[in-house]
Design a protein around this ligand. Structure first.
Ligand SMILES: [Zn+2]
Ligand SMILES: [Zn+2]
Length: 360
């Protein structure tokens, strides 16, 4: 279970992106196997996997100069951490403008992967298996390269230009989206990746089709219709976003992304010690809201109840800073049913993985 990130030397709270402790300047290295920071030493540190096995030597990732703060296990074919190794394509070494953007985007990728590990979702790298997970992180602003954000056969493509606020915000406004972030792109595309992996029985596919529609419908036709006439009237009563209306594949990916938004933010709140006192919330009579570090044993109704009140609180906090809502979405009953399905298959995958897990 993920804990509040803190300095291994002095205990100060740090961010997941931190390279050194702001209080004592200890160099920080994230040890993905335990979900905690250790000291990053060039000669390596011996760390134990909480699931067992002999301690291993972990060294700073070879991309530390590009602000990667993960550790990489010694004795592997690569001196890069798991997150960096999953990057299949990246800008050329002399394209420093794009590499600067890559450093920003890679931090979002690490946050994504940390959450997938925390949820117990399987991560099979492309270099171990055909069709395994890979990331092509390339920029549409370099060499006239045409980059389309998407997923195909395990490979997730992200446009590094999206790390530029002006670029991303212009697209967000043009597309009428309430929310557009690089982390959101990662969470959406990984939804496409997991749909085919987690739905491994005919029964699950049948359930999925009943909720999201038949994904065998022509994608090209759906794409054309979406950009010609837009989302159907009244979509907000059935979908989490405008884009989700385009095709059942997109509805699933959007829903999956929201599941990660919700559980990721709940986990951060839980690990930060957040507690909402019922007596201070007008009209609330369900008892205090104390988010859990893990919702593995919870029903989706319980997830949603906590999220409803916590997201309301976060939205009010943002407004008190003159910012837009943290979570500018409403979850209607049909969307809650889709999210409940995602919750079920994610918990199921996590349990299957825990049962067969090998340290490493
Ligand atoms: Zn410290
Ligand atoms: Zn790395």
């Amino acid at each position: 279970m993920m804990v509040t990130p803190h300095c291994p030397a002095c205990g100060s709270v740090v961010f997941f992106e931190s390279l050194e402790c702001p209080a004592c300047s200890t160099e920080l290295g994230f040890h993905r196997a335990s979900g905690e920071f250790a000291e990053a030493r060039p000669e390596g540190v011996l760390l134990t996997d909480p699931r067992g096995g002999e301690p291993r030597l972990w060294r700073p990732c070879s991309n530390r100069a590009w602000r990667c703060n993960w550790l990489a296990p010694d004795g592997e074919a690569s001196a890069q951490c798991l997150s960096c190794r999953l990057t299949r394509r990246r800008p050329d070494n002399d394209d420093t403008l794009s590499l600067e953007k890559l450093a920003v985007v890679a931090a979002d990728k690490r946050r994504l992967l940390m959450q997938l590990i925390d949820l117990g979702l399987p991560i099979t790298p492309y270099y171990e298996q055909e069709g395994g997970l890979a990331f092509d992180l390339v920029s549409s602003l370099s060499n006239g390269e045409r980059v389309i954000i998407g997923h195909a056969n395990g490979v997730i493509t992200i446009d590094l230009a999206e790390s530029l606020d002006a670029y991303r915000e212009r697209l967000r406004v043009r597309l009428g989206e309430p929310y557009r972030t690089v982390l959101g792109h990662f969470r959406h595309e990984i939804g496409h990746y997991y749909q085919s992996i987690l739905l491994d029985t005919d029964e699950l596919w049948a359930e999925c089709r009943a909720l999201f529609g038949d994904e065998r419908a022509s994608y090209q036709d759906a794409l054309k219709r979406h950009y010609d006439v837009g989302a159907p009237a009244g979509w907000i009563d059935e979908y989490i976003s405008d884009y989700a209306t385009m095709h059942p594949w997109e509805d699933f990916a959007e829903t999956f992304a929201h599941y990660l938004h919700i559980t990721g933010t709940l986990s951060t709140a839980a690990n930060s010690g957040v507690l909402l006192q019922a007596e201070r919330i007008a009209g609330f009579d369900h008892g205090d809201v104390l988010p859990r570090a893990s919702y593995r044993d919870a029903t989706f109704d319980e997830v949603l109840s906590d999220w409803t009140w916590l997201s309301l609180m976060f939205n009010r906090v943002n407004r008190s800073m003159g910012l837009k809502d943290l979570y500018p979405f409403g979850i209607v009953a049909p969307v809650a049913r889709k999210l409940a399905f995602v919750h079920r298959i994610v918990v199921r995958a996590g349990a299957a993985r825990a049962a067969s897990s090998q340290p490493g």
